[in-house]
Design a protein around this ligand. Sequence first.
Ligand SMILES: N[C@@H](CCC(=O)N[C@@H](CS)C(=O)NCC(=O)O)C(=O)O
Length: 302
Amino acid sequence: MSDQSTPYQPPKVWKWEGPDGSKFASTNRPVAGATHEKGLPVGHHPLQLYSLGTPNGVKITILLEELLASGHLEADYDAWLLRISDGDQFGSGFVAINPNSKIPALVDHSVRPPLRVFESGSILLYLAVSGRQISGLYPARSAWPYRMSQLALLAGRERALRWRRLWPFLAYAPEKLEYPINRFTLETKRQLDVLERRLQEAPYVAGETYSIADIAIFPWYGGLVQGWLYGASNFLDVQAYPHVKAWADRLLARPAVQRGRRVNRITGPAEEQLPEHFNYLVNMAGTSHEGLYRFLRWHSAR
Ligand SMILES: N[C@@H](CCC(=O)N[C@@H](CS)C(=O)NCC(=O)O)C(=O)O
């Protein structure tokens, strides 16, 4: 770290000097691989999801809940919680599924050998197009698949390369630096404006129909305009993007989106969280998500 009197000069060869005291520094390392032995649980559904209710995590649970809501019962899944602030992503079992140690990761046990899929964009495409789960969220005709994957992947890549970089500088870094904050704020606002202009033309990102392109970006861009992310809504003046807000409200009105946001969530009010392994309990109890949720609320109020 530097102060004004001794500005930081990068060394000729960078060396890691251990955690720097910033947020998440204790789990950040410059090497890959497992830090400890820890197997992963496997439930009885073909789809095993290892994740957390972060924006990247909820993309997958929103799609799975949409598939279930539209009658694709084979999309039922076990949702296992990975606590990334405790370093669960570096356990040997998880690293064997995702060598990049990031949630979400999925294992499909309905194929032999079981198929592991990581990177949220890849999981979305896999779930939407894998034969038995093909759905209206990814219609396999005309230019749609190409158009949607282009939009979804572009949005994910742009977000990752540009505005995701804003948060470490704005929220995690021990000192606030004007250059990176200005640079990445400008990019974030430019991207919000790209989306604003697109949503002036059409109700959904890929056109007239709700699709995985919306699901892929809703937790991030929707989260920003709903004020869920990093308390950055004021800083970014999100009122300037009314079409993005209206789109986010439209998605949020969908029960599957509401439910997907609650799976594996460990923050916020209890009624906005679905405990891990919830789907398994739903099956065991022979009821619906709402039914079991109502029962648990009733029970915890006794
Ligand atoms: N490009 C990845 C990003 C996933 C990601 O960044 N996951 C975060 C949580 S939202 C994570 O696992 N962080 C743990 C870490 O960086 O150690 C994807 O879309 O799946």
